[in-house]
Design a protein around this ligand. Structure first.
Ligand code: 5GP
Ligand code: ZN
Length: 114
């Protein structure tokens, strides 16, 4: 299959089922699951099944599928107001060194600036 993993990476372990997660969608190239510390109800993480630390480390065939799955999740959640975030490097607030897209629903009762 199309999985390239790093034995020490927590997100690679989640893909392999070695760390439990609340799985959403999975394809040959992508895995998605709920964030353990959600910023809003349904906050999800969508990750390539390829261990790349930063966006520029990940092949396009993975990224295309991963973004497609992020879109599907946003649609499934209602697709009215939401943020897609992807951080690269500590200064840019990246804590887990495996590329991940956050899908963060913004409920209609949330503040415009929040
Ligand atoms: P970053 O700051 O790297 O963009 O975001 C990392 C995200 O991963 C955080 O929102 C954090 O809550 C989430 N996270 C970290 N460890 C785990 C874990 O073991 N399981 C799940 N489901 N989410 C995690
Ligand atoms: Zn990894």
């Amino acid at each position: 299959s199309a999985v390239k993993s790093l034995s020490t990476c927590i997100f690679c372990k989640i893909i392999k089922g070695e760390i439990p997660s609340f799985k959403l969608l999975e394809t040959e190239f992508t895995f998605s699951f709920l964030d353990i510390n959600p910023l809003s109800k349904g906050h999800s993480l969508v990750i390539p099944k390829f261990h790349g630390e930063k966006l520029h480390d990940v092949p396009d065939e993975y990224l295309a599928d991963t973004l497609s799955i992020a879109k599907k999740i946003a649609i499934a959640q209602g697709a009215e107001n939401y943020n897609i975030l992807q951080n690269n490097g500590r200064i840019a607030h990246q804590l887990v060194d495996h590329v991940h897209f956050h899908v963060i629903p913004k409920p209609s009762d949330s503040k415009a600036e929040g």
